[in-house]
Ligand binder design. Structure first.
Ligand code: PMP
Length: 428
């Protein structure tokens, strides 16, 4: 593991951050979309290609062995990072693919129900919705309030399923069984953090699995999968300093063994006969074809880098920047900050993330374009969360999202720029 690092002064590790945009120093505040990569990650990937590149698992030559060790070593690093066993870590292309594996693999049917929430990114909404349409399973959507899942309504929906309903003509009774509760840990559009443990308990009491979308949470806070109560957890490498093209699905052994493989081909088999195929053991059963080897190596280096910073320190730093930004935005005339739900009943700060999402007199696309002209990169739009935007009654928001290399000066630069744009817009 890399030596321990202090978060102040890490900017030099990120070559891209020295760029200028429209003649201004870049303030990169679009980290919820993707993060920049430190030299350590870029070097690890380059070294892999320069010295070790080969296909994994099947070869007996030296390079094949080195490539296999590099790939499997990355799996062990990722496993350690979230307190998991390495055989329960499945490498995917991204969080989206990771969420599709249980959506397709659970073999949903007419007697099943799936519940998602209004907060979901499309990646944790559309696969479930479409599988329910295809299989006749019931699709339920739990409400949110101020960016928090309405727990009471989740319980009511579960109880509603339990109440047996009378079938159509023949008097038979049907009661779909809840198979899955799929919830985001941190909303990518608002930054609010859900209590996954509580939701997992509700799911488990109903005999269902809890699928957690950790795409915005794993990069920001220490995670121990043995404690959060989820059965599946999905996240993307590129949102945590790693490269694009690599994601992770973690599952408990029991949950993973409930899944049928969804993509079939080489590398995921033990034995292929003319009549049938025996699948490989975990995790290879879910990794058909040549995997993203260099990308896994890059993710391993990213995990080392984050561990050298310390995830407690990352969480504190990123949470502070998000809070300062929301505070400064909330006093600007005409600006409305969304997803600042305060302290929850269990004493947690509901938004300890590095996300500040807001509406202003200027449309999010105009706001983002005007900020870009000042070298400030943020995102404006629906953030792949159209059901949430509809529930909030807005067509989109402007979102700044902070990460380890951002600092208070950038928060101030950004919030002053928003204040200037909002004031000019109102007077035009
Ligand atoms: N879930 C959440 C909460 C996200 O923010 C994202 C990415 N914006 C995803 C899932 C999907 O990640 P990817 O595009 O890397 O598959």
């Amino acid at each position: 593991m890399a030596e321990s690092k202090n978060i102040a002064g890490i900017r030099d590790d990120f070559p891209l951050l020295s760029r200028r945009v429209h003649g201004e120093p870049l303030a990169y505040l679009d980290n919820a979309a993707t993060t920049q990569k430190p030299r350590q990650v870029l070097d690890a990937m380059e070294q892999y290609y320069v010295r070790h590149n080969a296909n994994i698992h099947r070869g007996v030559h030296t390079l094949a062995g080195e490539a296999t060790d590099a790939y499997e070593g990355a799996r062990e690093k990722v496993a350690r990072f979230i307190g998991a066993r390495s055989q329960d870590i499945i490498f995917t292309k991204n969080a989206t693919e990771a969420l599709n594996i249980p959506a397709y693999g659970l073999g949903l049917g007419r007697d099943d129900a799936v519940m998602v929430t209004e907060l979901e990114h499309h990646a944790n909404f559309v696969p479930w919705q479409q599988q329910c349409i295809r299989t006749g399973a019931r699709f339920l959507i739990a409400r949110q309030q101020d960016g928090m899942v309405d727990i009471e309504q989740v319980k009511e929906l579960v109880a509603g399923l339990r109440r047996t309903t009378r079938g159509p003509a023949n008097g038979t009774t049907t009661a779909p069984k809840l198979r899955v509760l799929a919830v985001t840990q941190t909303s990518n559009a608002l930054g609010t953090n859900q209590n996954i443990r509580e939701l997992a308990d509700i799911a488990h009491d109903a005999g269902a699995l809890l699928v957690a979308d950790g795409a915005q949470c794993i990069p920001h806070q220490p995670t121990d999968v043995r404690k959060i109560g989820a059965d599946f957890l999905a996240f993307s490498g590129h949102k945590m300093l790693g490269p694009t093209g690599i994601g992770v699905l973690w599952g408990t052994e029991d949950a993973l063994s409930e899944l049928s493989p969804f993509i079939m081909g080489g590398d995921m088999i033990r034995k292929v006969g003319k009549e049938d195929t025996e699948f490989a053991e975990l995790p290879h059963r879910f990794e058909a074809g040549t995997p993203p080897i260099a990308e896994a190596v890059g993710l391993g280096a990213a995990v080392d880098y984050l561990s050298s910073l310390g995830m407690e320190q990352v969480h504190e730093h990123v949470g502070l920047l998000g809070r300062k930004a929301r505070e400064a935005l909330s006093v600007i005339d005409g600006v409305r900050v969304l997803g600042d739900a305060g302290i929850t009943a269990d004493g947690r700060n509901a938004n300890a993330s590095g996300i500040a999402s807001f509406t202003a007199p200027a449309h999010p696309h105009d706001m983002s374009t005007l900020l870009d002209a000042q070298g400030i990169a943020v995102r404006g739009g629906h953030h792949c969360a159209m059901p949430l935007m509809a529930a909030l009654g807005v067509n989109g928001t402007t979102r700044a999202s902070f990460y380890v290399y951002n600092d208070i000066a950038e928060v101030r630069l950004f919030t002053d720029a928003v204040a200037g744009i909002a004031a000019r817009w109102q007077h035009e």
